[in-house]
Design a binder for this molecule. Structure first.
Ligand code: FES
Length: 117
C-alpha cells in the first residue's frame, strides 16, 4: 500500500492524503490531476520541468537505496535549477534521493511519501 500526503496551498491547514491499493501504480501527476490540485504541468513527458515537486519519505529510509533518474528527468530538473551540477552529472544518487522530482515521471511504488509544491 502507498500513502501520499500532499501539502499544497489550499491544503495548508488540512493535508490531503491519498492511499493506493497494493500494486496500484500511479504517477504523482495523475494524482495531482485526479484531485485537481493546483499544479500546472505542461508537457507530461518529462521535458519541460514545470511539474517539479518536492518529495520526501514520511519515515526514515532503512537500508541502502539508490535512486536513478532517467536522463530526461535529470536534464529537466537540472535546467529548472532543481538539481545541482553534481547531482546532474552523477549516474545514481545513493542513499540520498533528490528532493525535487518530476511529478509526471515519479511512479509511486509501495511507499509513504510527502509531496509539497
Ligand atoms: S509536465 Fe513537463 S516535465 Fe513533467
Amino acid at each position: 500500500m502507498s500513502t501520499i500526503t500532499f501539502l499544497t496551498q489550499p491544503f495548508r491547514d488540512k493535508k490531503l492524503t491519498v492511499r493506493l491499493a497494493p500494486q496500484e501504480q500511479r504517477t504523482l501527476l495523475s494524482l495531482i490531476q485526479e484531485y485537481k490540485l493546483p499544479k500546472k504541468c505542461t508537457c507530461g513527458e518529462g521535458k519541460c520541468g514545470s511539474c517539479a515537486v518536492k518529495v520526501a519519505p514520511m519515515h526514515r529510509q532503512t537500508g541502502p537505496r539508490t535512486v536513478r533518474l532517467s536522463d530526461e528527468e535529470r536534464t529537466a530538473l537540472f535546467k529548472s535549477g532543481k538539481l545541482s551540477r553534481q547531482q546532474y552529472e552523477s549516474d545514481g544518487l545513493p542513499d540520498i534521493p533528490p528532493l525535487w522530482r518530476l511529478a509526471c515521471q515519479y511512479v509511486v511504488m509501495d511507499e509513504e511519501i510527502m509531496v509539497a509544491f
